[in-house]
Design a protein around this ligand. Sequence first.
Ligand code: ATP
Ligand code: MG
Length: 396
Amino acid sequence: MIFLPLPEDVQFLLSRLENCGYASYVVGGCVRDLLRKENPADWDIATVALPWQVQACFPEVPVIATGIRFGGVTVVLPSGRYEVTTLRKDGFYTDGRRPKEITFSGNICEDLSRRDFTVNAMAYRPLDGLCDPFGGRKDLQYGILRCVGDGDVRLLEDVLRVLRCLRFSATLGFDIAEDTGQSIRRAAIRLTLLPPERVLQEWLKLLAGSFAGDVLDRFPEVCRVLLPECMPFSFVSRWKNLPADPLLRMSSLLLDQGETQQTEILTRLRYPTRTRQRILFLCRQGRSFSGGVLALRRLLSVSSVEDVRRAVLLRYCFSPEEQAVQLVFLEDILQRGDCCRLKDLALTGHDLYALGFRGPALGAVQRWLLDAVINGQLKNEREVLLTQVKSAGSLQ
Ligand code: ATP
Ligand code: MG
C-alpha cells in the first residue's frame, strides 16, 4: 500500500472526521503533487460527511459555510484554512453559476469521475492508500494528461478544461494524450462562451509555465480563438530568449500590433488597467529602445528596475548577446547608484521650496535637473545643483 506524507493539520482533519465515522480523503491536485514529490499549493479534503456533519465534528474551531448547499465548508485552524467538500456526483460549475441542487454521493469513485484529468482524479485515504480508478498514477509516471472519460463530452460540459489542460501541460511539461488533444481542437471554439475573467486566470498561469511555448505551438486552434490578431505566431522561437514571465511573454505576443490594437486585445482579455499600461510600455520600449547607459538611465527615471530589465530582454529577444551586454550596463548603473530618479537628486523638493519654487514650477525644475544629471551635463552634487538653479533664476 502506498504511503503519502501529509502535514499535521491535514492528518488532524482526516483523523477527526474518520473518528466521527466518516470516510475522508485528500483529493485532486494535492494527491498529484504529493506523488510527484512536490509541495501541494492547496489541500482539498473530500468526505462522506454532509456539510452540517463536518461542522459538528469541529465544535472547537470556526467552520465557515463557504457553500454549504454545494457541499463545501472551510475549517479554520490556527495555521490555515482548509476546504472540506462532501463527495458528490454532479459536475464542476466553473462559470460562476451554481446548480440549484447538487447530489451528494457516498462513493469516492463517483466523486473522482467528475474530475477533469486522470492525474487530478486520484484520492488518498491513510487507511486504504491510493484510490486511482482511472489510471492517474500511470499517466503521472509517463507525464500524460488525459480526460477522465470521453474527452468530447467532458470538454463540452466545461470548456475551461481546455485551458486547464494546456496550463497543466505548460507548467508540468506533460504531453496531452492524442484523443484528448483532438477533443481540445474540436472544443476550442467554445472558449468564446467563457467569462473572460476565467479565461484570463488560466491564461496567466499558462503563460508562467516553462513549457508554454511548446504547448501553444501545438494548439494553434486554441490561440486563434483567444488571440486571432496575433496568429500565426511561433511561440517557441519568439520566447526562446525570454524568461517564463507572463508580462514579458504577453508583450512579446503583442509586439507586432499597433498600440490601438494592443489596447483592444488587452481590454478584451480583461487585463487590469495597471498591467495593461505596463505591457503597452514594454511593447513601446521593445520596439524603440535605443540601448546604452543613457537610455537605460532615462528609462529608469520613468519605470521600475524590473520593467526596465524586461524592456531590455524584449527589445533584444533575438540576440542573447545584446541582451547580456545591456543587462551588464543596467547592473553597473544600479551598482554605482547612478542618479536616475527624482528621489536620488542631491537637491530635494524642500530645497527648491526654500528657494521659492511652488507647485508645477517646482516639479518642472526637478525634472529639468534630473534630465541634466542623467545626461551627464550636471554632477549630482547639492552645491552644483544649487548654483545651477540660482543662476538660471537670475537669468529670468
Ligand atoms: P493547482 O495546482 O492549480 O491548485 P489543481 O489541480 O489542484 O491545480 P484546483 O483548481 O485547485 O486545481 O482544483 C482541485 C481539483 O478539483 C482538481 O485537481 C480537479 O480534480 C478538480 N477540478 C478543478 N476544476 C475542475 C474542472 N473545471 N473540471 C473538473 N475538475 C476540476
Ligand atoms: Mg489545487
